[in-house]
Design a binder for this molecule. Structure first.
Ligand SMILES: Cc1ncc(COP(=O)(O)O)c(C=O)c1O
Length: 326
């Protein structure tokens, strides 16, 4: 979906008009992918606009900086406040949030140290990443011919712009061949993740997901789904998974800020289970969407409200608070 091209963007401490949020073509990040970024969402709930796990996203942003020896000019607290300020400046009820910290303009040697560490925060309205229909009916995917980076090459615990060169290869191959997404293996041949989402599979009522050592980004949605699966009493195992697990599992689904929880209905043209969204996927979707839509108590403290006066006390929230206090 193309940008509307209006509104405000936060750049190095100031809110600027969308059209003025420019950097020089000589900036280090343009040539060498020397940026780290986040993707979070703000949801419109009955109690007001709330960011989902903003603290966890901002922590991962700072972790990514640390891995790449970047020292942001402002603190984590200032950056977090700036996210809220940017949403308010655009008067969004719901939006996607993209903070980025990058090596700016000074010189173009590979050594990034002489370049300033700049920061920007974009927000825009962005609906279901793979389409609304995908959330219910699932997507068709292929195993990518591209692997995720090997250990000790590109660190996958960092959400760096450079890693998305690999993601683009996975995504382009998939869409060129008529699939919605690709799933990459790690260099040892075990299941890793999609181009921009983590992966879960279900077999015999046990939920499996690849561990951090399978070259995955440590997804915030993945972590949330693990917590919700625990709340719902499911058995969950984080372990290395062979490719063929995807061909024989009962259910499979992607998770991520963009895709939220999206069922996978076929892999390499082999139907997953009966080719429809499975019951465990649906139960996790319901639990997840109930929290982000404010229809269930936020018992993990995942929502941070954006506007003064929010959260609003609604009858449902007051009831939930009363029963929690019992
Ligand atoms: C490669 C990759 N894996 C996983 C994810 C999911 O992470 P999160 O749930 O934090 O959005 C993303 C999304 O940013 C991603 O780009």
């Amino acid at each position: 979906m193309a940008f509307s091209g209006t509104g405000k963007i936060w750049m190095n401490g100031s809110l600027v008009n969308w059209a003025d949020a420019k950097i020089h073509v000589g900036s280090h990040v343009v040539h060498y992918g020397s940026g780290v970024f986040e993707g979070a969402r703000c949801y419109s709930t009955p109690r007001g606009s709330a960011c989902f796990r903003l603290d966890a996203h901002m922590r991962r942003l700072i972790d990514s900086c640390k891995i790449y020896r970047m020292e942001p000019q402002v603190s984590l607290a200032v950056l977090t406040d700036a996210v809220l300020e940017t949403i308010r400046a655009n008067a969004f009820k719901a939006c996607y949030i993209r903070p980025i910290i990058y090596r700016g303009y000074n010189e173009l040697g590979v050594n990034p140290f002489p370049c300033p560490v700049d920061a920007a925060i974009l927000t825009w309205e962005w609906g279901a990443y793979l389409g609304q229909d995908a959330l219910e009916n699932g997507v068709d995917v292929r195993i990518s011919s591209w692997a995720r980076p090997a250990a000790n090459t590109f660190p996958t615990l960092a959400k760096t712009s450079a890693n998305y060169a690999n993601s683009q290869l996975i995504k382009m191959e998939a869409v060129t061949e008529g699939y919605s997404e690709g799933i990459a293996l790690d260099t040892a041949g075990y299941l890793s993740e999609g181009s921009g989402q983590n992966l879960f599979v279900v077999r015999d009522n046990v939920i499996y997901t690849p561990p951090l050592t399978a070259s995955i980004l440590p997804g915030i949605t993945r972590d949330s789904v693990l917590a919700l699966a625990g709340d719902l009493g499911f058995r969950v195992r984080e372990e290395m998974l062979p490719r063929e697990m995807l061909y024989i599992c009962d259910e499979a689904f992607f998770v991520g800020t963009a895709v939220e929880i999206t069922p996978i209905r076929s892999v390499d043209k082999i139907p997953v289970g009966n080719g429809r969204r499975g019951p465990i996927t649906e139960a996790l979707q319901t639990a997840f969407f109930d929290v982000i839509n404010g229809e269930a108590p936020d018992q993990h403290g995942w929502l941070s409200y954006v506007y003064p006066g929010e959260p609003l006390q609604t009858a449902a929230a007051a009831g939930a608070a009363r029963s929690k206090g019992r």
